[in-house]
Design a binder for this molecule. Structure first.
Ligand code: TYD
Length: 227
């Protein structure tokens, strides 16, 4: 693992009603490399002596795995947009209650592959449900739990879809049109652009190590600030 950051990371003392832990989300379109970066970040944190936990949506809990099977199954072509939005929110409610909040209460750094912004981008912009509605459902589902930092791995959907399709057969969301995925990308970027203190946007076409170094630098600063 290449490494250019300090490994003696300070313990944060922040507490937004969520306990002493730190919540980091990764967002981005298909094939952006989120799962790789989540893993590299957690490895680095662990090597530095921090308790770090990687998790994901949809499906980061046993009940959520059942929800995941429904939302990604291409057989469910007729799934209504509002049903889809509620299913993702239900998965998130369980994830927040059973994984995220307990980890934060225990002082861990919890790193999630996707969170609320995915619902705003896919169900909001993609399915064209008003963003305020999608946001309200997820806020209710999570009792207002927000990441301290969201890392957006940004890349053109043409590139990401080609990567994802090289890996496995397209799931229900991946099978959507290029225009759908362009709206998804634009929304991720707008959300990030509106709140630079809580977002880090990285070019996901860059080499894996370079992206990982950018993530580490920002996370180290975040942990320092909480010390
Ligand atoms: P996944 O296989 O985890 O894909 P990826 O590797 O791209 O993260 O599938 C998750 C899919 O679910 C992905 O297409 C995005 C979509 N999704 C939503 O539409 N809304 C949501 O709230 C979440 C969390 C994911």
């Amino acid at each position: 693992m290449s490494d250019d950051g300090p490994l003696d990371l300070p313990a944060p003392t922040r507490d937004g009603g969520t306990g002493p832990g730190v919540f980091i989300a990764f967002e981005g379109g298909e094939g952006a490399g989120k799962s790789t970066q989540v893993r590299l970040l957690c490895d680095w944190l662990t090597a530095g002596g921090r308790a770090a936990r990687a998790t994901f949506e949809p499906g980061g809990t046993p009940a959520g795995a059942a929800v995941r099977a429904i939302v990604l199954d291409r057989a469910h072509t007729g799934l209504a947009a509002r049903a889809e939005a509620l299913l993702y929110a239900a998965d998130r409610a369980q994830h927040a209650a059973a994984v995220l909040r307990p980890a934060l209460a225990a002082g861990e750094v919890v790193v999630s592959d996707r969170y609320i912004d995915s619902s705003l981008a896919y169900q909001g912009a993609g399915r064209t449900i008003p963003l305020d509605d999608v946001s309200a459902i997820s806020r209710w589902a999570t009792e207002g739990l927000r990441p301290h930092l969201t890392v957006l791995l940004d890349l053109p959907p043409e590139t990401g879809l080609a990567r994802a399709r090289g890996r496995a057969e397209a799931d229900r969301l991946e099978s959507e049109s290029l225009e759908f995925h362009q709206r998804v990308r634009a929304t991720f970027r707008t959300l990030a652009g509106g709140d630079p203190d809580r977002y880090l946007v990285l070019d996901a076409t860059r080499p894996v190590d370079e992206i990982a170094a950018g993530v580490r630098a920002r996370v180290a600063a975040l942990l320092e600030a909480g010390a």
